[in-house]
Every structure is written in structure tokens, then in C-alpha cells.
Design a protein around this ligand. Sequence first.
Ligand code: NAD
Length: 364
Amino acid sequence: MIVDVDLGKRSYPIIIERGLLEQIGPRLKEFSVGSQVLIVTDDIVAPLYAEQVLTSLQTAGFDTLCYTIAAGEASKSWEMAGQILSALLSHQFHRDCTVLALGGGVVGDLAGFVASVYQRGVHFVQVPTSLLAQVDSSVGGKVAVNHALGKNMIGAFYQPLAVWIDLACLETLEMRQWYNGLAEVIKYGVIADAEFFAFLEQHQTAILNQDDQIVAQVIARCCQLKAAVVAQDEMEKGLRAKLNFGHTIGHGLESAAHFSGYLHGEAVAIGMVLATHFAVETGFCSSSDEKRLKKLLQGLKLPITIKQPLTVESILSGMALDKKIVDGKWVFILPREIGQVDIVAGIDRKAIKNLLERQVPKHD
Ligand code: NAD
């Protein structure tokens, strides 16, 4: 299956197939790139898949170097980017080299950031291996590292040459990581496609059982929906912000829990519920849509309430770092109905504080 991301000269294909890892060498040969390839991966993915990719590249005549980071969000840092850049320099990688991200969203964001700044930009390819990366982070060219003062605060828009999604990689993903990716899948249904939302409702069992055909359809639809948004608003001047549905509160929760209590998708799931609840309370959308969203999230094993004893202030502080504040007021993505969201500016901090105070469990 091929989904095109239409960005004029920077257009690229997303190819979704089983067994793609073995074809990476010949596929990369089709592009006019130099012979040097740096694979960036992590220490969970490397033992599973790096050998296959290295062999494919070497057989096709590429000179390869593999840089393995420790798995986890803490590696998505300025310091780690610096270390990878040093490796590129010390191994004399040229301007026509390629950086290939083999892993989840952490690897993709980090490797893409490195590719965007090394010698003012070198070729970049995404080989996402987690569900979240396959349906979301590998598409659209947002690359970044975190800073102690905020997540994704240092980054760029930098499009890959191609995204190669090998469905076989999902077989080794832990179930919690699988559910984590499903939060972003559900998000697409709410923001842009009521029919897709209904499809997810109907195929919950097949999705939980990782039915090959259904999974391929789900991934392709998510990529299509994201590609369509990115094609219209690559630099997030407007429409693309809709993809952030659930993310402002989600980032607040991740930050308040010091990026260890919630996986990204889990926090986004709760963020979507709270944003929707706010939309219901302010007359934006109906409570029946809120019920449908909660039911689907729960059905796909995602949390819908805050369980940890976090303070409201710590969540609000985390949210304030989320680049979504204009003139001291928050911009929120609120659903009108399943399949349609609006970008709503001018939301008062007090209103969100009030919402959170009713949701955060009290601790003695
Ligand atoms: P991740 O990269 O940490 O991967 C999750 C875990 O799964 C890791 O432990 C990883 O080693 C493991 N893993 C990955 N593929 C595997 C496989 N096939 N088999 C076994 N284990 C595997 O996290 P993620 O959930 O993939 O991505 C989250 C990151 O993505 C966050 O940093 C978030 O900010 C970012 N993100 C970026 C965008 C974007 O547009 N750039 C969008 C959404 C999220």
C-alpha cells in the first residue's frame, strides 16, 4: 500500500508492507543518495531488526554505521543529538549521506533532528517500528529533541525521503505500546473521519487481536489522514494544529508525571476525554459523543481518567510549556462532533484549572 505525502518538491511516499526491512538497501538505491548511511536505533529495537537492515544496505553497496541509543524518552535530548553528530563527523560522513531512523517515535524525532542540522541538512529516511510511529510520528516531518524546560522545544520541520512501514515489526511490540499507538489512531477518527471512528468501533476485537488486514487498513487510513492535513499546512500555521487534539492536557500530564508515569498515547487518551468533556460543558458537542469516545478508548484498553495523585498546578505548568498559548490564553482543539474538531482560541486558564480540579484525584 502506498500513501503519498503531497508537498511539491518535497513530496514522498509512505509504503506500508510486510517484509520491507529486507528491501531497504535496494529501495534506498532508487534515490540519488551517497554511499554512507547512518542507522539510528535503540537498544530494544537493535537486537530485533538492525542486523536485517544492515545486511540489506551492505548487500546493496552502502557503507553503514549503526548508532544505538538507550530506549526511552530521556534519549531524545540535545546531548544525545550532539553525540550522534560527533559520530557522523568523526566517521567523516559527507553531505550526501543518509540518516535512517529505525525505531519508535523517540528514534524518529531524534534522528530526524540530527539529519536536519548535520551539514545544514542531509537525506533522511523513516523506518518506524512502533504503532505510534507508524501512524503518527514518522509522517509529516516534525523532528525534535526535548529540553529540561519543555518537551519537543528544539526542533524543525524536516521531511524524509520516504517512510517505510514494515507491518512485521509490530509483532514484537509490547501490548502496552500497542494500546499506546491506538490512542493516536482514535484521535484521527475524532478529528477528521467519523466513518473511520465507526470502523474502529466495529473492529475492536480484530484490532486487539492484531488482525493483519485490519491493522494494515488502520495504519494506511491514519497515514492518509495525516498526509492530507500536512499537505495543506506543513508548518502548522493553522489546520495542522487539529492533530494536537488531546495533546495539551496530555503533555501537561506527561510533564507532571515526569515523563515516566504515562506513555504518550495514554496521556493523550485522557487529554482527549478531558478536552471533550470541556467541549460538552461549554455546549460545543453532545454528551453522546463523549460517551462514544470514552467507550472506544476503554474498549481499546486506554485510560480515560487521571489515576495518579498529580497536582493541578503541576499539570497546568506542564501544559503552559506546550507552545499553545496566545496572549496568555490557551488554544484548544475541541470536538464539534465525532469526525470534526475546531481550533478554539482564547480559553481562560481558570476554566481549565476548574476542569482539572474536578478530575484530579485528591491525595491526603
Ligand atoms: P518510543 O520510541 O520510546 O517506543 C516505545 C517503546 O517501544 C520503546 O521502548 C522502543 O524501544 C519499543 N519498540 C519500538 N518498536 C518496537 C518493536 N517493533 N518491537 C519491540 N519494541 C519496540 O516511543 P513511541 O511511542 O514510538 O513514540 C513516542 C515519541 O514520539 C515521543 O517522543 C513523542 O513526542 C513523539 N511523537 C512525535 C510526533 C511527531 O509528529 N514527530 C508525533 C507523535 C509523537
